[in-house]
Design a protein. Sequence first.
Length: 139
Amino acid sequence: MAKRDGVSTVRPLTLGWVNRNLEVGERIVGVEVLRGGVTAEMRKLTISAPGRNARYLVLRSYTDSSALPHAEDWLNREAGALIGLEGTGLPVPGLVAVDSTALYCDYPSLLMTYLPGRTVLGDEGLEARLALLARPFLV
C-alpha cells in the first residue's frame, strides 16, 4: 500500500473498487494496517456517512509474488465460506465484495466486514483455542 502524509492508503484501482462497493453516501475516512497477514496485506477501513455511526471493513489484498498464483483460488474459497456461514450465528465476517482475478483492483482482493479481536499465530494455548473454535459445531 502507498503512503501519503504518514497514513497508509489503498492503491488507486483498489480504492476505486472499494468505493464502488460502499453504500450511498459512505466514504473511507481512515485506513489502518492490520498485523498478522502472512500472505496478504490486510487493511482495516473506517467507513463514515453523514448521520450514521462509523463502520469498519477489512480489505485483504494478495500482493506477494509467491501468493499470486494461488490468490484466485484462495479468495474464491474464502468468499464461498463467508457466504456459506452467513446466517449460521457463528461470529464470521460478512462478504462485501471479491475481485479474485484483480480485474478491478491493483491486486486480487476481498472486502469483508470487520470483527474485533486479535490474531494469534503461535502454538501457545492451541488446545484451548481449538476447543473454542469447535464448540459451535458440537451443539
